[in-house]
Design a protein around this ligand. Sequence first.
Ligand code: SAH
Length: 352
Amino acid sequence: MNTEKKDIASLDIDELSAFLPTLSEETGVKFEKFRAKQIFSWLMKGISDFSEMSNISARQREALSEKCYIALPKIHKKFVSKLDGTVKYLFELYDGERIESVFMRYKHGNTICISTQAGCRMGCSFCASTLAGLSRHLTPSEMLGQILAAQNDTGERISNIVMMGIGEPLDNFDNSIKFLKLVNNPDGINIGYRHISLSTCGVVPGIYKLAEENLPITLSVSLHAPTQEYRQSIMPVARKWDIDELLKACRDYIGVTGRRISFEYAMIDGVNDSAECATTLARLLSGMLCHVNLIPLNDVKERDYKRSGTKTIETFVKILEKHGITATVRRRLGSDINASCGQLRRDDSKEE
Ligand code: SAH
């Protein structure tokens, strides 16, 4: 793939309208004004080749394919859960990078968990996605393409998105925002911001910048520990921005957007799951417009950590609730296909 070509599916209608006249100049092929909307609508249908644009003239399609490319991820491997129909994809990008997405069926609609980077440089000690570091950022069209490719493959519409796959969205800020705007575009796949969650490990400047965007998405913050000492022992990002700075940014975010924050907390046996941790966490979050999402740890082969026991998790929830903090335990979908992110990309790269 010649990357000097334009990544056309990352452009919105206004950008396409501005780009087509320059394409006309370069190729000598005229593009009428109304073409921008037509082309955008094709790209948002998840086509992989310009030849599929049946209402665009042959000469125009040729000019497009000479100067642009469509970065739709290809399915490299796919696993379907026999238990609940969850589908896990290992996608291949134009340069051979591989990323994961998970398609899940919930009562409230189909949800996809997408990756925002190929790899990750945040270094959380319990996470498989970061073991081999960061290869590169994903473009807006590569984030969007995961949704389009999964819709094409399942034949079902996706109505909810969680940016909780491989990568740190706030470490790829501009592309993540661009993606959110593309996916929300009424002429495209039109998914409402309220149906989208973005998860961060705690990139504090990114949280302030996101608040400025003031999009009604749900912000999830991976807290995973109730004190600075515990947190920095499992999350290197906490050494850069400590827990007090993080919570200050969260309070600011809630103040600006009026939106509740969802704190993620992976339950790791003997590390962060004691009754004392629960009490400290409840005090830390007291009075905040928030919710706690407890995630029983998914085993990572390379790490020693184990998931907390069911009783320990129940006790943890009760303590939080006694202090007025609402908490839920995340249901595990696709447990027979290891449908958590990071492991598949890693196993696959080791095989080859
Ligand atoms: N970088 C972002 C989003 C990707 S990770 C973030 O850190 O929030 C999505 C969620 O899965 C995060 O809460 C992350 O901490 C959590 N996670 C990572 N590895 C996990 C594991 N082995 N078990 C359970 N949750 C894990």
